[in-house]
Design a binder for this molecule. Sequence first.
Ligand code: NAP
Ligand code: G4F
Length: 383
Amino acid sequence: MGKVALITGITGQDGAYLAEYLIGLGYTVHGIKRRVSLFNTERIDHLYDGPEVKDRKLVLHYGDLTDSMNITRIIQEVQPDEIYNLGAMSHVKVSFESPEYAADADGIGTLRVLEAVRLLGLTEKTRIYQASTSELYGLVQEVPQRETTPFYPRSPYACAKLYGYWITVNYREAYNMHASNGILFNHESPLRGETFVTRKITRAASKIALGQQNALYLGNMSAKRDWGHAKDYVRAMHAILQQPAGDDYVIATGITTTVRDFVTMSFIYMGIEVEFKGEGVDEIGVIKSINEDKFIEAVGAEYLDAFKARIGQTIVAVDERYFRPTEVELLIGDPTKSKTVLGWEPEYDLAALCEDMMKSDIYLMKKDAYLHKGGYKILKNLE
Ligand code: NAP
Ligand code: G4F
């Protein structure tokens, strides 16, 4: 019999990659999804079979981390060997607008999962992974950040996750539970939500090259992040729960890059050189040159002439609306413990991550434009 895993937040970026990874390892995966007015299972549809199929590898349950009765009932029904608590209101900027909700879902939500396992008498059987975050380091007290670095959260999101972190440690110590925190630094992918900065950039860069968007507006371009690929990071989540005892681990690449440099990389993938001028809110990015062969290979010859006409124009600018009341300026993790204890090594570097995201977004933006122009009618007629 394979193991049974329960994933909260299965419809999100990490939930989707983790579900695929665990199914590949022979797990039966149960996921909790919220009831929403439109389908939001696009990231996991390829893994899902209808209830008529026998021995399904992926089973979905309606639920919400703000509803303890629901969480307790699902855990009782599923009797999981492993729980991955990935569900969260995960957007730092949005948490300033919905601080109470972030505290409920991200902070108390974690308690609901832990307490359900305890009350159901599953402390011996069920191992728990808590999706902790490098945002806990906030106003960083040490560079690079490691497991022992003191926390200094800088947003309602990070404050909520701070509670999630410590209640996980407390349940491990108080009830001898196999409960662990993965302190994950930023990880991205083609499945990343569209409003996180890397995906916002790769989508906008693709649209700008295809002539669908004029410019990209960003907040603090000097912020530095330690970015990895979500595919690599879900392997670490699983490895953490295979250890003999619960513990806390930093998962990071150890390399930090500014938002500005990620913009540069994304355009360079298409042969477009962007020159940054000015400072603060007046900073702009202008098209300096085009490597035509690279542009044709990445984007397509039919878009080249229109794009060449834009040389010298501004394609990146600052919009203060994207600034945060309190910012996290620098994150860089020290993954020594996860490398030594878990044997974890990332396969993607930042260039490979950026390429993966750009390839996917150029393809998606071309497909969207085709559908908007009435291409769906052509597809329908062909069926
Ligand atoms: P994501 O794409 O935003 O996915 C979040 C998931 O949580 C979605 O499935 C969402 O459902 C679900 N969710 C939101 N509120 C919920 C609630 N009240 N009850 C149940 N489910 C709820 O985030 P992600 O990037 O995959 O991140 C996964 C986890 O890791 C999150 O806890 C995040 O805070 C944490 N984390 C992420 C990173 C990163 O760089 N990606 C780094 C460190 C930690 P809907 O689809 O219905 O919205
Ligand atoms: O992509 P971001 O929104 O990610 P952030 O705030 O670092 O949070 C992500 O990573 C955390 C791990 O450290 C997770 F816990 C969390 O759930 C989430 O996945 O912003 C990255 C940086 C910030 O400094 C932000 O101010 O990019 C800066 N930025 C500049 N312009 C922008 C923008 N961020 C967004 N989202 N949009 C902008 O236009």
